[in-house]
Structures are given as C-alpha cells and as structure tokens.
Design a protein around this ligand. Structure first.
Ligand SMILES: [Zn+2]
Length: 101
C-alpha cells in the first residue's frame, strides 16, 4: 500500500567543521529536513581517511527510526561565475579581433 518512497531518507545538506584545538571533524546539518534544527555528526579525525567517506545515510537524532542522507550542497553559484567569466573573456577576445580587423 502507498508508495515505497515515503520511507526514503530525506536529504540533509551539510558543511564540514573542525573542532577548534582538536583534529576532530564534524558534519553540520544546518537545517534538518525533519525538524529544521541543527545537528552535528562526527565526520572522523583529520588524520583519518577522507571525511566524505562518512557521508550518506545516518540516523536522524530527532526522529527515532528514521534516517537522512548527509549530502554536500551543490554549488551552482560558483559554476555560474566561472561560466560568466569565460564568456566575458571570449567576448573580450572577439573585441580584440574586431579592433585588429
Ligand atoms: Zn532534526
């Protein structure tokens, strides 16, 4: 009955923080998809392997029995900026050609 995806974990966007004075890293969920609060998850030790290894499904602290998926947020702004700069450079080059011609 019902759709299976009702039980799929929600996506929780995280940012990586380190604890001052230590080598311990945390994933910070700024806005929990369930309760909207901030949650912290241990991402491992700086000396350990890539903290990205600890991304993925983890139990949501506020929702017993439910999980969410720790995910790095997309960065469309930076990408757009890069594209824009490239376009501007190309336009400038075309202007140069016009001047020479
Ligand atoms: Zn929560």
């Amino acid at each position: 009955m019902g759709k299976k995806d009702r039980n799929l974990p929600r996506t929780a966007f995280v940012s990586l923080r380190d604890m001052p004075g230590t080598r311990v890293m945390f994933w910070v969920v700024d806005e929990c998809p369930y309760c909207g609060e901030r949650h912290l998850h241990l991402a491992g030790n700086l000396r350990d392997a890539d903290p990205a290894d600890t991304l993925g499904e983890v139990p949501a602290p506020c929702q017993p029995g439910r999980v969410y998926e720790l995910t790095l947020p997309p960065r469309p702004k930076r990408k757009a900026g890069k594209e824009e700069r490239r376009r501007a450079r190309r336009a400038a080059r075309l202007d140069d050609l016009d001047d020479e011609g």
